[in-house]
Ligand binder design. Structure first.
Ligand SMILES: [Zn+2]
Length: 424
């Protein structure tokens, strides 16, 4: 990619001026970011992955300290003789008034009986100027089964920033870092919050809200809002009010969820009564339940409204059957004659006669069977093409002891439906 803008030209120039990184930086990375194994066989013979020293260790713990080199090792119960570890690792540096995040792939190879061998490869550099403009220089990506495959022989030069670069740059950085004056002025001092380093620096240059949080040393908030930028837009004003009232947020994710729920339930998200709860978890759960119930009610109302619209058709097609009552000594079966009746039947019998819109089915009519005391027994679908019962079901779609009797009784009265339709 050719440098077009003034900024890109500046990056291209500074890119080749960057120098090698001191070995102690990678030593820090290997010590702190890589898991160091101890190979152990069932007899208890253990080999230190770092120095190759052999010793006997039978403990049940996950870790052991090598008696020779003193390194903490993670025990691997295995007959394998080698192990590979790798991780991305970044350093934050400055050059020619530009800020840069240099991303390396750090790798370690452990072979039983040998000392650890380590290596590192610089993958890409993410650039920023004081105005918050960004650019990327990188090795070229190759197409492989993993998205982060790079051609290690290629040079690091100006390329288009992709999602892959952004993802691998979200990694641990060497704790000693350099920052351009504007970043320092905007609050980049001391230990940084545990979030995407490049997004943090970009946020500090482009977003006064991040600057404010950083200067207030509110690392929890910075971390959460850098990782969830949409929540920052949504909750910022509410956050300001809560802070003004001296409210301390322990769990940002839970608190922002609470604000989202309050909004959904139509509550005032400027009122300390709602946004500064003593028991955040309990308040969150309360509004979650409320919002779920509201949602359910809204859904049901919508369904009823939809059904009402279909009511006209329903009356046109089915009213000729209204009033048909079929009974014997114990059972009384009648045609459902309104959408509400379908709804009541579906709710009482816990089946889908209403939800699946049986009232809208052109070629069937639905009847409800009751006992002498008026208790519902089964719901019957009677076909208007075959003039017989196609299904009859009790509570939760189960058959009852009256099932056969009901089916026979309705089928024996099929002629009444034919007649009703003929005279309609
Ligand atoms: Zn050792």
């Amino acid at each position: 990619m050719k440098a077009r803008t003034k900024f890109e030209k500046q990056v291209a120039t500074s890119n080749v001026r960057l120098t090698a990184v001191a070995p102690k930086v990678f030593e820090w990375g290997v010590r702190n970011l890589i898991t160091h194994p101890a190979f152990r066989v069932p007899s208890g013979r253990t080999t230190c992955g770092d120095c190759g020293h052999k010793f006997i260790h039978k403990g049940k713990g996950k870790y052991v300290v090598c008696p020779k080199c003193g390194h903490e090792l993670e025990i691997k119960d295995t007959f394998k003789r080698s192990h590979k570890e790798g991780t991305y690792f970044a350093i934050l540096d400055t050059i020619d008034g530009l800020q840069v995040e240099r991303v390396f792939l750090l790798s370690a190879y452990f072979k039983k009986g040998n000392s650890i061998s380590v290596g590192h490869n610089e993958v890409c550099r993410l650039w920023l100027n004081a105005k918050g403009q960004t650019a990327l220089t990188s090795k070229v990506r190759t197409l492989g089964c993993y998205r982060d495959c790079f051609n290690w022989g290629s040079t690091i030069e100006l390329r288009n920033m992709t999602e892959v670069h952004h993802i691998i740059a979200n990694t641990w950085h060497y704790p000693k870092y350099k920052a351009i004056p504007k970043l320092k002025r905007n609050g980049m001092k001391g230990t940084l919050p545990d979030c995407h380093p490049f997004d943090l620096m970009k946020g500090l240059l482009n977003d006064a809200r991040i600057e404010t949080l950083m200067k207030a040393r509110n690392q929890k908030a910075v971390k959460y809002f850098i990782d969830n930028p949409r929540m920052l837009d949504k909750c910022w004003n509410t956050h300001k009010i809560a802070t003004r009232h001296g409210y301390k947020i322990e769990d940002y994710s839970l608190w922002c969820d609470l604000i989202t729920l309050l909004e959904k339930c139509g509550r005032d998200t400027r009122s300390p009564k709602y946004i500064c709860p003593t028991n955040l978890r309990a308040e969150h759960d309360f509004w979650l339940d409320k919002s779920t119930a509201d949602e359910e009610r809204r859904r049901k109302a919508e369904q009823l409204l939809k059904a009402k619209k279909k009511e006209e058709d329903f009356f046109k097609n089915k009213s000729c059957f209204f009033g048909i009552v079929i009974k014997d000594n114990d059972i009384e079966i009648s045609v459902l004659d309104s959408i509400e009746a379908y709804k009541a039947e579906g709710e009482a019998m816990h089946h889908c006669v209403f939800k699946c819109e049986y009232y809208d089915k052109e070629n069937s009519v639905i009847l409800s069977a009751h006992d002498k005391n008026g208790n519902r027994i089964e719901t019957i679908e009677f076909s208007l093409t075959e003039y017989k019962v196609v299904q009859s079901r009790g509570v939760c779609n189960k058959n009852t002891e009256y099932h056969d009797r009901i089916v026979n009784l309705v089928n024996a009265n099929a002629h009444r439906f034919i007649k009703a339709r003929a005279t309609a």
